[in-house]
Design a binder for this molecule. Structure first.
Ligand code: ZN
Length: 680
């Protein structure tokens, strides 16, 4: 029987022809065959790029191409059979990656190539690929002596177990909490939330309404419930999840201590003073101190404005009848009322002006004006769903540069959210032809109904531009080596630059007419609505920024200690309290244990990396400011952004690339100006 995943796809993947039955045999075969062939490759007496790395990339590409199709289909058109086949491959893939990541032979081959006289003759992208591999090997502990290596691997395993315990505690503590409420208590709460609360009660065999601590429910109550006691109850339950203030069963206090100690010990084994110093090895910002300074600078500049915003909110709450001081559980509620009073612009009001065809036309026109590439739709019969569209990206001379799929609408059995995935990376094949990149753009917008096209909120337009920015980074790359082409090899704190940069276009008075037209009358967004929309962008932006800075500073500080004994539960709490004292404009109640459910840094990949969100915004704003300075549609600036950022992928240090584009290193001023915080 033919197995599409094994035979490869000549032009584009045959998504329609892939079946769940093909998955396991194909992946199993490729993994085993790759491992066998890698051992063969490593027999070369004198490892070189040509005899070792190039064929390795070929093997890696074969696996990537097959697995990316499986992973993608499982995310967008999942069936029980496909999910089962997908999940059955996961342990084998983990094992495969573990073997390669700890492979002494591969490590030595990379080292020998890096030390050979021919290394200097390789291209920059090739050298970076080798150096990245060497760094990954080093950070995985492969260079340690046998005893240390055993300790390292034990600590790593324990750490990953601790991280899942942390996450499990958060989930279990969240799920365990329920609060029965009356209809009266739900006054002000959106109908959608009320229906969900009734269904939740019903599912538990109760009548009436039942609230849980899942984020949508918590958020809706804090934002809309007029019952202040209810808001306080929800708030205190939410911010004490998995802590000593709630059930001891899920207390993450000791788990956090263990996680931080393990990270520190791992970093020390590798020769770094602390985890933050280890983490920056793979970042754009190379010094933890630089990150501290950058965050501190933003605090200093944003705090005066945030205090004004808080005062305005407090005054407004008083007018609305608030008695006593404004509390943490009042902020979202009065903020929403204030926002509605000030901007009276409902997202829904904007929808008719953003029909999908107009938005896409505008997006593609903008792309053409900025980067000189043309986007045209092509009918492709091998898609996974009728609503999926397929496009070619061509250069001025008509050369095909990239291809992409757009899967825009929500439907059952499709993962939520919006994301860009790479289906194929650009690379030079061994036969010297170029493999054209293919991107997968996925969103979950409401589909078209009846005769009307799909209509987007402005927020959704921003999401589309964001993902398309990632897509352009992946597709317009000029790098020929897959480890560093497109978004590959781009550090975590730089990879959101193109996406956040493209968001900026949705907030320009000159661009809005390009992407909007009332779906019935064809009228572009009226001036008065443009003004209100732009004004609403910066509502409470300083308070919001300070929240993120508080998290980022806390994250940096707890990962910047060098002494294991320093790390205790009380110390973690004091560290956060001290950061808040300096940063926050409204101090939360003493029982607040936000850190006990801060999964981003304790269970996810953001440890000593939470600052990346803000850092990427700085880069995006500062890059965009050059367009503001030299003309939004200035083709030269567009070409410069294309050639120094989008085309270069991960082949060069992002700080060097940014500096090439901007003529200097990044500055925070444009971000503050765009956020309406500091006009000077
Ligand atoms: Zn993104």
């Amino acid at each position: 029987m033919q197995n599409l995943l094994l035979d490869g796809f000549s032009d584009v993947p045959d998504f329609a022809g892939i079946t769940p039955e093909q998955v396991q045999p194909a992946i199993k075969y490729v993994l085993a065959d790759n491992l066998a062939r890698i051992e063969q490759l490593l027999l070369a007496a004198e490892p070189t790029w040509e005899n070792t790395i190039a064929p390795l990339e070929e093997l890696d590409n074969r696996l990537h191409e097959a697995w990316s199709c499986v992973g993608h289909l499982n995310a967008v058109v999942s069936t029980p059979a496909l999910r089962e086949a997908h999940n059955a491959c996961l342990p084998q893939l983990t094992e495969y990656n573990l073997v390669l990541g700890q492979h002494d032979g591969l490590y030595q081959a990379c080292q020998r190539i890096a030390k050979s006289p021919t290394f200097a003759a390789l291209t920059r992208a090739q050298r970076t690929s080798i150096n990245n591999s060497l760094l990954d090997f080093t950070l995985s502990g492969i260079a340690l002596n046998t005893d240390q290596r055993a300790v390292f691997s034990k600590l790593s395993q324990e750490l990953s177990r601790l991280c899942s315990t942390f996450e499990d505690n958060v989930l279990d503590a969240t799920d365990a909490w329920q609060l029965p409420v009356s209809a009266q208590q739900l006054a002000g709460v959106p109908e959608l939330t009320q229906v969900a609360a009734a269904e939740f009660a019903h599912s538990k065999g109760h009548s009436g309404y039942l609230l849980g601590l899942n984020f949508p429910c918590y958020h809706a109550i804090l934002t809309y419930a007029t019952d202040r006691n209810l808001r306080e109850q929800m708030y205190s339950a939410y911010v004490t999840r998995a802590s000593d203030q709630a059930s001891a069963r899920w207390d993450n206090g000791p788990v956090m201590v263990d996680i931080l100690r393990h990270r520190l010990q791992l970093a020390r084994l590798l020769g770094y003073p602390h985890h933050a110093a280890c983490s920056v090895q793979k970042k754009m910002v190379k010094q933890p101190q630089q990150i501290h300074d950058f965050l501190q600078q933003l605090v200093t500049r944003a705090k005066p404005r945030a205090l004004q915003e808080l005062q305005q909110l407090t005054d407004f709450a008083r007018q609305q009848g608030l008695e006593g001081p404004l509390q943490a559980w009042d902020v979202a509620f009065y903020s929403e009322r204030l926002r509605q009073t000030q901007y009276a612009i409902a997202e829904e009001e904007l929808r008719p002006y953003f029909p999908m065809p107009t938005v896409l036309d505008g997006l593609f026109t903008l792309t053409q004006r900025l980067y000189g590439v043309t986007i045209t739709e092509h009918v492709n019969t091998t898609v996974w769903h009728d609503s999926v569209r397929f496009f070619h990206v061509t250069d001025k001379d008509g050369t095909l540069r990239a291809q992409f799929y757009m899967d825009l609408y929500a439907r059952p059995h499709k993962r939520g959210g919006a994301w860009m995935d790479e289906c194929r990376a650009r690379r030079l094949r061994q036969d010297h032809t170029v493999q054209i990149p293919i991107a997968l753009l996925n969103c979950n917008f409401a589909p078209p109904t009846g005769d009307a096209p799909a209509l987007l909120t402005h927020d959704e337009v921003v999401t589309l531009f964001h993902e398309f920015g990632h897509g352009l980074h992946h597709m317009l790359t000029a790098v020929d080596y897959p480890q560093v082409s497109g978004i590959n090899g781009v550090p975590w704190d730089a990879v959101e630059l193109p996406s956040q940069f493209h968001e900026q276009w949705c907030w320009q008075a000159e661009v809005l007419p390009l992407i909007s037209a009332h779906y019935q009358t064809g009228e572009t967004l009226p001036q008065v609505m443009i003004e209100r929309l732009l004004a609403s962008r910066n509502f409470q932006s300083a308070m919001h920024m300070l929240r993120q800075l508080e998290f980022a500073l806390f994250d940096m500080q707890i990962h910047s200690v060098s002494d294991v004994d320093t790390i205790t539960s009380a110390w973690i709490e004091q560290t956060l309290a001290a950061v808040r004292q300096q940063v926050a404009v409204l101090l939360p109640p003493a029982y607040n244990r936000f850190q006990h459910s801060f999964s981003h840094i304790f269970a996810g990949g953001y440890a000593a990396g939470y600052y990346s969100y803000k850092w990427a915004e700085v880069l995006a704003s500062d890059a965009f400011a050059r367009f503001e300075e030299e003309g939004l549609f200035n083709p030269e600036v567009g070409r410069a952004f294309l050639q120094t950022i989008l085309e270069r992928g991960g082949e060069q240090e992002p700080m060097e690339l940014f500096t090439q584009f901007r003529g200097r290193s990044p500055q925070i001023d444009a971000l503050l100006r765009h956020a309406g915080i500091d006009a000077s």
